[in-house]
Design a protein around this ligand. Structure first.
Ligand SMILES: C[S@@+](CC[C@H](N)C(=O)[O-])C[C@H]1O[C@@H](n2cnc3c(N)ncnc32)[C@H](O)[C@@H]1O
Length: 229
């Protein structure tokens, strides 16, 4: 595998190349971050994935999930978890949400997101793992994720952490590729049982579960919305 310095820039325009080099469970998380930094900064991420519903439909799924979730969109505080370059936050902003924070581990992605002027503030940190994010319990009215749960991306431990920082009565919305529930070792036989056990324990309730096409290319996505109880 070539390193980033020797990778011809136009190779990033190949969807197979993206699949192999970004959505690859064998890639270390640090290496994946290095690639996100590069891909964001050189403009490739937005060019390849932005505004193309048959290539990356998660932002549209975000739109449909958030359009009616809150009546007063200026009153609520939202966290876009794994905000990347802001494709997902842009959708929230265009819907009229005015108080959106972004969280992402990739400084290069945050640099691009910041320039869009749609976020109030950023948390440049990793979510999931041993260290909690520097956000107090019960802070946000909603946390939204698109493309966050993927091979080598957020570990499953990020899910309880996300719920910790949502207010009781608040929501989380997660748009992810459906096949990842079974194909990603970190999530297989764990992701859905974790959700089920939290529902059973009265910590969350399911609000919506919707399958949509083209989460990424011809791979269906799931948009799940849960409320913290
Ligand atoms: C496919 S991009 C999605 C970005 C954006 N939500 C969108 O829809 O375009 C995945 C993002 O997850 C971020 N990421 C991966 N693992 C992370 C972690 N553990 N904590 C925070 N960010 C993470 C990457 O840096 C990258 O920006």
């Amino acid at each position: 595998m070539q390193n980033d310095e020797s990778t011809p820039k136009d190779k990033w325009n190949s969807y197979d190349f993206i699949e192999e080099h970004l959505f690859n469970a064998e890639l270390s998380w640090e290496e994946s971050q290095r690639r996100y930094d590069q891909w964001a900064r050189d403009g490739s991420y937005d060019k390849i994935l932005g505004n193309q519903p048959t290539v990356y439909n998660a932002p549209l799924a975000f739109h449909d999930g958030m359009i009616d979730l809150f009546q007063d969109k200026t009153a609520v505080r939202i966290l876009d978890v794994a905000c990347g370059t802001g494709l997902s936050g842009q959708v929230l902003h265009d819907l009229g949400y005015t108080n959106i924070d972004g969280l992402d581990a990739s400084a290069g992605s945050i640099e691009i997101a910041r320039k869009k002027g749609i976020y109030t503030k950023f948390h440049n940190c990793k979510i999931g793992g041993d260290t909690p994010v520097p956000i107090p319990d019960n802070t946000y009215d909603a946390a939204c994720m698109s493309g966050a749960f993927a091979p080598g991306h957020l570990p499953l431990s990020a899910l309880p952490e996300i719920i910790r920082i949502i207010k009781p009565g608040g929501y989380f919305m997660n748009c992810m590729r459906e096949e990842f529930f079974t194909s990603v070792p970190e999530y297989a036989n764990k992701f859905l049982p974790l959700l089920e056990s939290m529902v059973k324990d009265g910590k969350i309730r399911q609000v919506a579960w919707t399958i949509y096409p083209h989460h990424y290319l011809n791979n269906d996505g799931v948009r799940m919305i849960y409320q913290k109880l």
